[in-house]
Design a protein around this ligand. Structure first.
Ligand code: GDP
Ligand code: MG
Length: 331
């Protein structure tokens, strides 16, 4: 049990303390270690979608989130400035490994969103994509010969980029989040927040929160899915701090003798990871270090379950879904 790298250690397997004093140690707590080993071996999928109009720094932020690990994508991304005529869906996968744990990360980009003069229903292709992944998973589940592990392409999290206007949400922001919050975990973020002063930023955040409430938009972590009081207290703090005002960058600068990711301005370097400069670190900790597993669970237990129930209902109860899809025969 030595040499854990950057991962929270399982609290010691030392079995002091209360509990089984009469008969001695049983070993129930080793389940944690057993699970850890299995997870290490199997790895896991994490699928994140990014939505917002072009130029808001979506590609840059994803590169910032996953560090140099994904930087080799950046040439294909963000470099091109051609605006597609409709919303495109582009999924790129990459295996990232840290501390012996493998994550298959898929980033689903949606270039073209919000870039048209008429953006009516431009969330349609996005919601279609999300539902198609649920359908795929369902098909695998109802298969008689099920795979031991169903590949998970379901969108666990949708980062929605709000333009740092300082005014209010746009109609499109509201419509998108309203429609999609029922099918996917939406995390709104304020893009390029270095373009606002701290006061403007706080006021804007406040206004956005109020608007989201007014329109009844349930973003992640949703109130109703808090497990218990502890969960609720923790999530309340996060909800009160949302939407995170972020800054992205893939350039390093030397600040006080340390190399940091940042954006150089005429007044100095805006440090991406410095909580006094922006809320990137908050978002990263929340998304990856504290809530990643929960994002996956809410996707499976709530969003997918809703889809599944509706789909099986439409289909007349428990009959398996018609297997007219020959291309997916994997028997
Ligand atoms: P995308 O179209 O949403 O994927 O945006 P990109 O990531 O391609 O970024 C568009 C431009 O905005 C690039 O020139 C980036 O360097 C710049 N940019 C990205 N993130 C930020 C940020 O947080 N603040 C500022 N000021 N500029 C940013
Ligand atoms: Mg991009």
């Amino acid at each position: 049990l030595s040499g854990g790298v950057g991962v929270d250690r399982v609290p010691g397997l030392g079995h002091s303390g209360g509990g089984s004093t009469l008969l001695g140690y049983i070993g129930i707590d080793t389940i944690i270690e057993q699970m850890r080993k299995k997870t290490m071996k199997a790895g896991f999928d994490f699928n994140i979608m990014i939505v917002g109009h072009s130029g808001l720094g979506k590609s840059t932020l994803v590169n910032t989130l996953f560090k140099s690990q994904v930087s080799r994508w950046s040439s294909g991304w963000g470099g091109e400035h051609k605006i597609p005529k409709t919303v495109e869906i582009k999924a790129v996968s990459h295996v990232i490994e840290e501390g012996g744990v493998k994550m298959k990360l898929t980033v689903i980009d949606t270039p073209g969103f919000g870039d048209q003069i008429n953006n009516e229903n431009c969330w349609d292709p996005i919601s279609k994509y999300i539902n198609e992944q649920y359908e795929k998973f369902l098909k695998e589940e109802v298969n008689i010969a099920r795979k031991k592990r169903i590949p998970d392409t379901r969108v666990h999290c949708c980062l929605y980029f709000i333009s740092p206007t300082g005014h209010s949400l746009r109609q499109l922001d509201i419509e998108f989040m309203k429609h999609l919050s029922r099918v996917v975990n939406i995390i709104p973020v304020i893009a390029k927040s270095d373009t606002m002063t701290p006061d403007e930023k706080n006021e804007f955040k406040h206004r956005v929160r109020k608007e989201l409430e007014t329109y009844g938009i349930e973003y992640y972590p949703q109130n109703e899915f808090d497990d218990d009081m502890e969960d609720k207290n923790e999530n309340d703090k996060i909800r009160e701090a949302m939407p995170f005002a972020v800054v992205g960058s893939d350039k390093e600068y030397q600040v006080n003798g340390k190399r940091v990711l940042g954006r150089k301005t005429a007044w100095g370097v805006v440090e991406v990871e410095n909580p006094n400069h922006c809320e990137f670190a908050l978002l990263r900790d929340f998304l990856i270090r504290s809530h990643l597993q929960d994002l996956k669970e809410v996707t499976h237990n709530i969003h997918y379950e809703t889809y599944r129930a509706r789909r099986l209902n439409d289909n007349g109860g428990l009959h398996p879904i018609s297997v007219n899809n020959t291309q997916e025969s994997n028997l």
